[in-house]
Design a protein around this ligand. Sequence first.
Ligand code: ZN
Length: 494
Amino acid sequence: MNRRQWLRWIGWGWCLLSLLAYGLANLPVWAEQPALAAETYWKVGLAQVKITPEKPIWLAGYAARTKPAEGVLDDLWIKVLALESADGRRAVLVTSDLVGFPRDLADRIAAAVKERFHLDRSALMLTCSHTHSGPVLKNALWDIYPLDDQQKQLITEYTTWLEKKIVECIGQAIGSMEPARLEAGEGQCHFAVNRRNNKEAEVEKLRAEGQSPKGPTDPTVFVLAVRKVSGKSSGNGASSKQEQAEASTLRAVVFGYACHNTTLADYLWSGDYAGFAQIGVQEKYPGTQAMFYIGCGADQNPIPRRKVELAKQYGRQLADAVAEVLSKPMRPIEPTLATAWVEIPLAWEPPKEEDLKKLSSQENYQGRWARRLLAERAEGKPWATAYPAYPVQVWRLGQKQLWIALGGEVVVDYQIRLREIYGPATWVAGYANDDMAYIPSHRVWQEGGYEAGAFSVYGHPAVRWAESIETDILQAVQRAVQAVGIKPQATFQK
Ligand SMILES: [Zn+2]
C-alpha cells in the first residue's frame, strides 16, 4: 500500500469514527423521543366476551343444588382492561362472572399470556364476581357437587373453551390500545352484612329498628374510571344529564365491593347483584364497559336474599354508588405502573383419621371428601402439609394508587387491615388468581366456624390453617408493596 492509499484509508476511518461518535452522543435523545411524545397518557385497550354456557352445566357455589342449569336470567361475561404506562409497561385486568379461577386454569392462562404477549405473571390480575349462578369449572370444588360422568365431560369441554376465550379476549384488549386518562375514587354501599355475626332472619328487623347489623364490614366501593383523552373531567352533582355528559368521556369503569355474590340460589345463569350492577352502570353510561371484582367479602352476605328483585335492587344500589363517585372530582392517576407477585406456602393442620372415618359413611360432600382422603392414605400417598403457593399480587398505578389482590375466599378483616396499613385509598380484591379455600383472619381463626375452615368444601387434607395465617399473608403483602415502591402508613405488627 502506497502513501496515497494510506491517506485514503485514514480519511475513511476518520469519517466512520466521527459518525459513530455523533451517533453515540445523540443516542439518548433518539431513545427518549417516543416516551416524551406519549408521556402524558395511559394507553388502554378493552374487550369482552359472553361466556353464558349453552349446554346444561352444573351451577357453581352451593352443595345443595340437585340438577344442572335450566336457562338464563342474565348473561355471564369475561371483560378485559389492558393498561400501558407512558414508558410502555403493561398490565391486564380480567373480571369474570365466575365463582373463581381454579389455580390450574389461572396458571395455564398466565402461561399462554406470557408466551403470546410477553406479560409477566405479576401483570395479569385474574378476578371474579364470585357469582353462585355461574358454571362449575374443571377441578374446582368437585367434591361438593354430585357430578356424573356426562356432567364432568360437559364441564371439561366448557373449561377448555373458556380458557381459549379468555386468552383471545386478552389479545383483543392488548391489540386495541388507545390513549386514555385514569381516575380513582371510592364510594359506599350498604347491603353487605357480616354473616357470622347476624342471623339472616333478624337483619331486616334490626334495620327497621334503626340499628346496624353487627360485626366488621367494609362498605367501600373502589372505582377506577377510564376516560377518553379528549373528554373533560367530571364535575359536581349527579343527574341524568350529568350522566349523559360523563358517558361521552367514559370508556370503562372498574369497581369492587366486598360482599358474597349470593343473592340467588336458583337454576338460571346470572351474574347476581354484580351482574345487575354492571348492567346498571352500562345503562347509565351507554358505550362504557363496566367491570366488577369482589373484595374481601367471604364473611359478608347480601341480606335479605333469594329473590331476583333483591339481586336487581342490590345491583341498582351498587351502580348508584359507582355513579356518585363518577359525578364528583376523582384523583387523576399518572401514567406510571409497577407490578409485583409474591407466593408463599401456607401451612395447615391435617385431619385426624378417626374423624374422617366417622364422616366417611355420610352421603354428602363431607363423606366424599373423607373417603377420598382415606383412600389416598391407604394407597400410601402422603397428604400435603401446606398449600404450596398462596398468591399475593400488588399493582401501583401512578405514584400512589395501590391495588392488592389476594387469592382465596378472604374475610373482610384483611381489607379493613390493609386499608389501615396502606391508607384509605388502597383497593383490595379477594378471590383473585386462585380459589383454594377460605382465608380467615387471626380473629376468625380463633373464633372458629365455617370461614375458619371449610376445607372439606375445597377437598384439601386439612381441618384448619396454621395460626400464623394472617401474619404470613400480611408479610407477603408487605414484600410485594415494597417491591412496587410504596411505604406503609402504619405497621401491621400489633
Ligand atoms: Zn364463597
